[in-house]
Design a protein around this ligand. Sequence first.
Ligand SMILES: O=C(O)c1cc(C(=O)O)c2c(n1)C(=O)C(=O)c1cc(C(=O)O)[nH]c1-2
Length: 253
Amino acid sequence: MIKLNKVLSPDELEQTLQGIGAERYHNLHPFHKLLHGGKLSLGQVQAWALNRYVYQQGIPIKDYAILSNCPDKELRNLWRQRIFDHDGIDQDEGGIERWLKLCEALGLERAYVQSMEGVLPATKHAVDTYINFCRHAPLLIGFASCLTELFAPKIHKERIAGMLENYDFVDETMVAYFRERLTQAPRDVDFALRYVKEHARTIDQQQAVIDALYMKTGVLWAQLDALYLAYVSPGMIPPGCFTPVQTDVAAAQ
Ligand SMILES: O=C(O)c1cc(C(=O)O)c2c(n1)C(=O)C(=O)c1cc(C(=O)O)[nH]c1-2
């Protein structure tokens, strides 16, 4: 863990944040390597989509939590585009709807996904951690916690290509969510990164920005650890959680 002993220039701060992504972003997690490499069964991909729905539906709630700490009308107007991206507006159905379509295309019942009944306990706790962090953090730190999106376009590209190529049950409709994010995420993160570089001036502020990114990489990593334990190895599905018709654990090992 990085502990600062001097104030960084804005560019040094950015490099430090990039370094955290290179070391800890969830593109490095073994579950993602299996997912993108076509090594999971349909049931395991269903488990991923079902659990990830919790993260998807939590994102706009987290953004409302951030905005509840924002006294500036201009900033609120800028940030709320993120909420529209997920909840939808006008002709755009939004990312949550696109995610539900992905789940349905994988054979999951929409109502079951939305009920979140079958999700892993760790998934819920991880997403709650992110939302609660943003609810209580100063605005600068809430913005900083979103900076994992700096690293997201790379994993989205890998996922689109890997899933289309490696699974015969994956088609264009199912990757529509990620295609949309390829333009949304860079736009979002440009603004957040500029804001953080400009406003994190003291050593304490910069340390808090760094710690927020560590927290967030942990939120993402923990969700995949839980998926791996339950659905890959040792296949320890907690009581009441989604149980694929065929777990096909051996295929993934
Ligand atoms: O597929 C991914 O690996 C991934 C990661 C992240 C992220 O880094 O938090 C986001 C997304 N996707 C995503 O689609 C998304 O809309 C999103 C919003 C946020 C955020 O923190 O506000 N992260 C992410």
